[in-house]
Design a protein around this ligand. Structure first.
Ligand SMILES: Cc1nc(C(=O)O)sc1CCOP(=O)(O)O
Length: 224
């Protein structure tokens, strides 16, 4: 499985700076989520258009919460929260959009798939400034959510290049990062560090698969 990296905007950057950041990191990551809770629909659309004009491929742009803005901007995806339109209703409006659902328990992860979401973001795995005072769910609960999810589950919250491997080992299909990239002094270097961490994990996965295939091959040879 190829692991994904999602970058989530942190609500702190001016749209121009955000477009600059997105233009610089999009070749390194898989998706960029425009999550700007304080923006009106009109402002969100303008920010999305700036990102696209700066060179972000539409297929990599995900708009948080607002399916209307996602459609108006021609973005590739929408990320739905508990208060957004349910995935099934969103699907009825937009067959071509990749639909993400934000979830916080194994029950919600299972439900997201039943409702027709394409992937879910599960958080928060580790302590994060984004959720002050709220208990992080940890790796064991992440693994449980992965077991129940019938769609790719992307881990979110406090993910660093140092702990990304542990998260992927639990079966997550990828990682989502806010402050580690948007708040980094050098977002490109930070995105590369995450990509390297995710690749390293992929290399370990391949080595394991190879070892297993070789041992099965040996066993098969003995039987023949
Ligand atoms: C946007 C968001 N939602 C979360 C959730 O648990 O639902 S955690 C989060 C932000 C995570 O930011 P960082 O990568 O800086 O820890």
């Amino acid at each position: 499985m190829l692991h994904e990296i999602h970058v989530i905007s942190d609500g702190r950057l001016h749209p121009e700076k955000l477009a600059e950041l997105a233009a610089a990191v999009h070749p390194i990551v898989d998706y960029i989520h425009l999550r700007e809770k304080a923006m009106s629909a009109r402002e969100l659309l303008a920010a999305a258009q700036q990102m696209l004009q700066a060179g972000v491929p539409p297929s990599k742009l995900v708009i948080n919460d607002r399916i209307d803005v996602a459609l108006a901007a021609g973005a590739g995806g929408v990320q739905l929260a508990w208060h957004s339109l349910p995935p099934a209703a969103a699907r009825g409006l937009a067959t071509g959009l990749r639909i993400g659902r934000s979830v916080h328990s194994w029950e919600e992860a299972a439900e997201a798939g039943r409702q027709g979401a394409d992937f879910c973001l599960y958080g928060h795995v580790f302590p994060t400034a984004c959720k002050p005072g709220q208990q992080a769910r940890g790796l064991a609960q992440l693994a449980e959510a992965v077991r129940w999810s019938r769609i790719p589950l992307i881990a979110l919250g406090g993910i660093t290049p140092g702990n990304a491997g542990a998260v992927l080992t639990q079966g997550a299909a990828g990682i989502a990062v806010m402050s580690g990239i948007c708040g980094a002094p050098d977002p490109v270097a930070a995105a590369r560090a995450y990509r390297e961490a995710v690749h390293r994990d992929r290399a370990a996965e391949l080595a394991e698969a190879l070892e297993m295939a070789q041992s099965q091959g040996t066993a098969g040879g003995e039987q023949a």
